[in-house]
Write a protein that binds this ligand. Structure first.
Ligand SMILES: C[S@@+](CC[C@H](N)C(=O)[O-])C[C@H]1O[C@@H](n2cnc3c(N)ncnc32)[C@H](O)[C@@H]1O
Length: 262
């Protein structure tokens, strides 16, 4: 998986990373202004972040590089092994803890109400029950904590199948309740913006912002980005501008929702 700090890979992660960095900054300020909240809370400016289904640390490692303490819960031993190696290479092994566990049994391994920020990126597609997975993510938040959810968008998949000439699969994804284009589809479930925000609200949070992620990046031939010197930067800026516009959420490859606990 990609590293948000590498240029070409940044096409996949830049929008989420910028939104997340701002949210972490706001949380640092809010925690700094709040009265002392008792045991378990750490040094000023350092947040406790839980990355549920955090995998090999695409987001966990960059978040730790900002100085925060990150707990990654993931069922995959291979991903956790890669996480450990990546955190060591980035010099943040002391701030990243990988634990084998599952979004459904989250509190077997993570602390309920123990985190300033919870990430749930690329996981709701795979869990048995997305509503329960999200409720657990919310229950892991401290009061006024921030939730960051990233999940596969239905419209982006339909568009990608259609532009690749797979028209029947594109129509199948539109008709399928889980948004899958066929038996060979590696993604078990996709969401519309309305479905994802409804899930977040049903888990008891107020949605702060929705962004469309990878509106164009997966559709543009690589050669157009790699051969023109300024094309990557221009495409990144286009993605950032489109991400905020609701009209483009309908065709984004992924949807990002930022939400806060009261
Ligand atoms: C697409 S990867 C996303 C990894 C990372 N969050 C990121 O954004 O790069 C999906 C991750 O979800 C994990 N996963 C699958 N089922 C899960 C479950 N029931 N609970 C928690 N994580 C799960 C996988 O092991 C994998 O690391």
């Amino acid at each position: 998986m990609s590293d948000p700090l590498r240029p070409r890979a940044s096409l996949r992660t830049a929008v989420v990373w910028e939104v997340l960095k701002d949210a972490l900054d706001r949380r640092v300020k809010a925690v700094g202004q709040a009265p002392a909240q008792g045991a378990g809370e750490g040094a000023p400016g350092v947040l406790d972040v839980l990355d549920t289904g955090g995998g090999s640390g695409n987001f966990a490692v960059p978040v730790a590089r900002l100085g925060h303490r990150v707990t990654v819960v993931d069922p995959s031993p291979n991903a956790l092994f890669a996480l450990e190696r990546r955190a060591a290479e980035a010099g943040v092994a002391d701030r990243v803890r990988g634990i084998q566990g599952d979004a459904h049994g989250l509190f077997d391994v993570a602390e309920r109400g123990g985190y300033d920020v919870v990430l749930c990126h690329g996981v709701l597609e795979y869990v048995d029950d997305p509503a329960e997975g999200l409720r657990n993510a919310v229950a892991a938040l401290r009061p006024a904590g921030t939730l960051s959810v990233l999940a596969a968008g239905l419209g982006g998949a339909v568009l990608a199948r259609a532009l690749a000439g797979h028209f029947t699969e594109a129509r199948q994804a539109l008709a399928d309740p889980a948004g899958r284009w066929g038996a060979g589809d590696p993604v078990p479930r996709r969401f519309t913006s309305e479905q994802l925000t409804a899930l977040v609200e049903a888990a008891g949070l107020e949605v702060g912002a929705v962004h469309g992620v990878r509106v164009f990046a997966d559709l543009v031939p690589g050669v157009l980005v790699d051969t023109e010197p300024d094309a990557l930067e221009a495409l990144l800026q286009l993605e950032a501008a489109a991400a905020e516009l609701p009209a483009f959420h309908a065709v984004a490859t992924q949807l990002h929702v930022l939400a806060e606990r009261d």
